[in-house]
Design a protein around this ligand. Structure first.
Ligand SMILES: Nc1ncnc2c1ncn2[C@@H]1O[C@H](COP(=O)(O)OP(=O)(O)O)[C@@H](O)[C@H]1O
Ligand SMILES: [Mg+2]
Length: 249
């Protein structure tokens, strides 16, 4: 179990995150949802160990890891821009992390991930020959071969649309459930958060606005921010569809 206790973070005297408390059970998918600039990536970086908190504690399986360096935490992230190596082909990108420690994943396990993510036919391609969805699948495979204890995803669907977005969403769900992998997803899109996760944490102005199951958040929004944020975003999407077919609403 991952536990955040009273996490506080400021940059240059400005409070970015204030008193963040969160408990995530093993194998759960949790979304961190909020508008742009509310501190979602900062929170992910704090969990990863890339950034230090000013106050508060982070515990993993009961152990205080607040001061544990990133590489010893054993978590892993897929960055928003994927950060793939353009000079290596798909296969070499996937197996890059194993170059110093090939025992982390067996050849069979690497093959299983290649199958699961549908990358077999792309293994010899360069990164610039891939679509956005294919790049995202390579980024996922590259991270999963490292067998992270927690998988962190920063806006994994924001660069994708339509069918591709749905298919990556399904892949993320399948992986989390199949490997019983705790997965934390950052998104600014309520629809993504509500359809992908077991629990959703909504952040506004540096604090937790609501934490709950998707159904609870939709049925019983706890405050005006949640109501407005969720409804507005869902309405925008609906309106897009209406205007596409030129239906008056
Ligand atoms: N390294 C940094 N130094 C100074 N300010 C930062 C740094 N990283 C993020 N911020 C600021 O913190 C706020 C939250 O950023 P971020 O966590 O990236 O938000 P989100 O991912 O929700 O869009 C923003 O105002 C951003 O400018
Ligand atoms: Mg961000």
């Amino acid at each position: 179990m991952l536990k955040l206790e009273h996490i506080k973070k400021s940059y240059d005297g400005t409070t970015i995150l204030n008193d963040i408390n969160l408990e995530i059970e093993d194998g759960e998918i949790v979304s961190i949802l909020g508008p742009s600039g509310c501190g979602k990536t900062t929170l992910l970086n704090l969990i990863l160990g890339l950034t230090d908190a000013d106050q508060g504690r982070i515990l993993f399986d009961g152990e205080d890891i607040t001061d544990t360096p990133m590489e010893k935490r054993g978590f892993n992230i897929v960055f928003q821009d994927y950060a793939l190596f353009p000079n290596l082909n798909v296969y070499k990108n996937i197996t890059y992390g194993l170059r110093n420690d090939p025992n982390i994943s067996t050849k069979e396990e690497v093959e299983e991930l290649i199958e699961l993510l549908g990358l077999r036919e792309h293994l010899n391609k360069r990164i610039d020959q891939l679509s956005g969805g294919q790049k995202q699948r390579v980024a996922l495979a590259r991270t999963l071969v490292m067998k992270p204890k927690i998988l962190l995803l920063d806006e994994p669907l924001s660069a994708l649309d339509g069918v591709i977005k749905e298919s990556i969403k399904e892949k993320i769900k399948t992986i989390a459930k199949e490997f019983h992998l705790t997965t934390i997803i950052v998104t600014h899109d309520p629809e993504e958060a509500l359809t992908l996760s077991d629990h959703v944490m909504i952040i506004n102005k540096g604090g937790i606005s609501q934490y709950g199951k998707p159904e609870e958040i939709v049925k019983t929004p706890e405050n005006d921010f949640v109501k407005a944020f969720i409804l507005r975003q869902l309405e925008i999407k609906k309106n897009n569809i209406y205007s596409l077919f030129q239906v008056a609403v």
